[in-house]
Design a protein around this ligand. Structure first.
Ligand code: NAG
Ligand code: NAG
Ligand code: NAG
Ligand code: NAG
Ligand code: CU
Length: 267
């Protein structure tokens, strides 16, 4: 929908206040087609004993983690997260499809994916010790749609929406075999011009990665603990995206030099 600039403030306010819909990962599909459920925070008590590879968290309402909590363990895998009881078997170099329930178009921002080495089983890992290595990131792409509400151009979140709220994650081709936590996240920036306005939606799942047979195996190194990933005033966290955005600095560490990312459809 196209609107004249004079009607924009009212429309924006309406959009922001009516988009109470947030997101979560509903399932993860391996390249062989096996579907693993994500964590549903509305899981009834009677089903809580069902083991999942996905990490549990107190994210009822598909809520977000605020920048004032980026320096706490809640940024790791969402509020009060506890490790998954299983691992999804996969192979270095293969892809996983991560499916979100939905994503509101107003919630523009980057899509980020990390891995952390559990150095053993991930089932009883200490999340505060996990060191996250970024393997994929898509932030601001172009100014296509800057004059269309919601303003701000085209972002990773728009690519996710174009793919029916899904994202393909490629396990790095040369990754050493072992158990890893995959951390997939969207950071919504629709009110990020206010201090503490950005919204992080991190979700985690355990993987058991088999070797691809690559001779050039790499150990996942150089990671950052969760509490050090982002700061409340990072350039990509405290940022005004309502207008003609021409660049964006994606928060968090650099992408791993050995990552072999998958280009999304519609990217
Ligand atoms: C994925 O998750 C949704 C919501 O939890 C569920 O309705 C759907 O059936 C799942 N898809 C598959 C292929 O299992
Ligand atoms: C975390 O950041 C918030 C907001 O910047 C600050 O008020 C709080 O003191 C910080 N906590 C720690 C443990 O550093
Ligand atoms: C946005 O900024 C770019 C670069 O300055 C410019 O080329 C483009 O015309 C601008 N678009 C609008 C709609 O203002
Ligand atoms: C902007 O990015 C989107 C997603 O990658 C793409 O579909 C679109 O063609 C791009 N627009 C321009 C003008 O490059
Ligand atoms: Cu929301």
């Amino acid at each position: 929908m196209r609107l004249s600039t004079s009607t924009l403030p009212a429309v924006l306010t309406t959009l922001i206040s009516t988009t109470s819909a947030h997101g979560r990962i509903t399932n993860i599909t391996t390249s062989s087609g096996t579907v693993y459920p994500g964590w549903d925070p509305a899981t009834p008590q009677s089903l809580l004993a069902t083991p999942l590879a996905a990490w549990r968290a107190s994210n009822l309402g598909n809520i977000f983690v605020k920048p004032s909590q980026f320096n706490t363990s809640d940024i790791i895998c969402h509020y009060n997260a506890t490790p998954g009881a299983l691992h999804i078997p996969t192979t270095a170099g293969s892809t996983l499809k991560v499916q979100w329930n939905e994503w509101p178009v107003s919630h523009k921002g980057p899509v980020l994916t990390y891995l952390a080495d559990c150095a053993g089983s991930c089932v009883d890992v200490d999340k505060e010790k996990l060191e996250w290595v970024k393997i994929d990131e898509v932030g601001w792409l172009n100014s296509s749609g800057v004059d269309v509400v919601p303003l701000g151009g085209t972002w990773g979140s728009d690519v996710l929406i174009a793919n029916k709220a899904s994202w393909m994650v490629k396990i790095p081709e040369s990754l050493n075999e072992g158990n890893y936590v995959l951390r997939h996240e969207i950071i919504a920036l629709h009110v990020a011009e206010q201090v503490n306005g950005a919204q992080a939606y991190p979700q985690c799942v355990n993987l058991k990665v088999a070797s691809s047979g690559s001779r050039d195996v790499k150990k996942l190194e150089g990671g950052v603990v969760g509490e050090n990933l982002y700061g409340i005033r990072d350039k990509g966290v405290l940022v005004d995206i309502h207008g003609n955005v021409t660049s964006y600095e994606i928060p968090g560490p650099m992408v791993w030099e050995f990552a072999t990312r998958f280009e999304q459809p519609n990217e």
